[in-house]
Design a protein around this ligand. Structure first.
Ligand SMILES: [Zn+2]
Length: 394
């Protein structure tokens, strides 16, 4: 087939495609016109106000429209969600409240309107009114969603006992796996009790955390802190060492505490040997920093430098290099160290970013490890490793 024949076939095909498109458009327009005839005039007035950026007058018209035509209920949900997303919670509240004021609203729509109203209150920071709305939805068609929103309120208000009850209810009614969260809520209570020197209560909460989640890392850390607060240093070491046997990465979270506890017993060498063993199992910046510091204090600068060099070869990172450079600078004559200070400064600018912890859900970076992300409010989304270590692993 030559180019001329191809052209002869292609031209009619293009006309057919254009014709079909035109027909389809005609059908759509006809359908639209027929549909619009059934909509109340106030609906179009509302759209017009919305387009002219007069949202309050638009809401008045839409409220009028929904009184005359129940078909516009979905439109109200869409508008309400849009206003809330834009932070215009007063307008969202008006829309959802107007739906609830309708006597003939179907039960499923009434439940949904109350749920949305509760979310408007939540977004506006009116927690009491939000909680009241969600509590009223127990046993409704949107109960599971309402319970999740209630749980958000309890977390924000740090009402951990209520959060535990609510999470258990979600497990029962919606089949959700809340074990990790429940363990954290008990840990929050335990942490507060330790701060208040209420050790028996702290012990009970830690046991409850373990009961909810057998290998809870946070409960293991707190078990060590409770033992230490009660003066049982050996028990504290045992609790933290157990975390390392569970997963060597966890040692990074307790390395400093472990070394301090060994020192309290005058067993510095045992502490250093334990951390060296952990480092040999799994490269870790946090463990390396402590092992290097202790080696420097015990065996001097050459030994610390040799250790850092060996670890850097094994796991090359800029944050590790900074430690090595600092160790080398400490050995240099003051005038030479002064001249090369710019190297240290530049390196530090880079490592400050790389040494932060990162939320694997939302990417929120923080200089300290979090159990509950301040950005996306997920639990357990921070691995116990620095950003650069994670980059290398991934
Ligand atoms: Zn996050």
């Amino acid at each position: 087939m030559d180019a001329q024949q191809l052209l002869l076939l292609a031209v009619p095909a293009a006309f057919i495609a254009f014709g079909l498109g035109w027909l389809a458009a005609r059908v759509d327009i006809k359908h639209l016109i027929e549909g619009s005839k059934s909509l109340p005039r106030s609906y179009f007035r509302g759209l017009n106000f919305l387009l002219n950026e007069q949202p309050d007058r638009a809401i008045d018209s839409f409220i009028e429209a929904v009184q005359g035509d129940p078909e516009t209920v979905e439109l109200h949900f869409t508008l309400g969600a849009m206003f809330r997303r834009r932070g215009e919670t007063e307008r969202a509240i008006r829309i959802h409240q107007s739906l609830l004021d309708r006597a003939d609203l179907a039960q499923a729509d009434r439940d949904k309107a109350l749920l949305e109203l509760g979310r408007d209150f939540l977004k506006a920071g009116m927690f009491d009114r939000a909680e009241d709305a969600f509590q009223k939805l127990r046993g409704s068609s949107v109960e599971a969603e309402a319970l999740r929103d209630l749980l958000d309120i309890f977390e924000i208000e740090k009402e951990w006992v209520k959060a535990i009850d609510c999470a258990r209810e979600l497990e029962m009614r919606a089949g959700a796996d809340m074990t990790g969260r429940i363990a954290h809520y008990h840990c929050e209570l335990a942490q507060f009790a330790i701060m208040q020197s209420r050790f028996d209560e702290a012990g009970r909460e830690i046991s409850a955390a373990f009961a909810a989640m057998r290998h809870s890392v946070r409960a293991g850390i707190l078990a060590g802190e409770l033992a230490l607060a009660a003066g049982d240093v050996e028990d504290a070491i045992a609790a933290w060492a157990a975390l390392g046997r569970q997963n060597p990465h966890h040692v990074a979270l307790v390395a400093e505490k472990l070394m301090a506890a060994y020192k309290r017993l005058g067993r510095d060498d045992d502490g250093l040997r334990m951390l060296e063993g952990s480092l040999a199992q799994s490269a870790s910046y946090d463990v390396l920093v402590i092992v290097a510091r202790e080696t420097l204090a015990r065996e001097g600068a050459d030994a610390a430098f040799a250790l850092l060099l060996r670890e850097l070869r094994r796991s090359p990172t800029l944050i590790g290099l900074e430690q090595l450079v600092q160790a080398r600078f400490a050995q240099m004559p003051a005038d030479l160290a002064g001249e090369l200070d710019i190297v240290k400064t530049l390196l530090h600018h880079q490592t400050r970013r790389l040494s932060r912890y990162v939320c694997t859900r939302c990417g929120f970076k923080s200089s300290r490890h979090h159990w509950h992300c301040p950005g996306c409010r997920n639990w357990d989304s921070y691995p116990p490793r620095r950003a650069e270590e994670l980059d290398i692993t991934s």
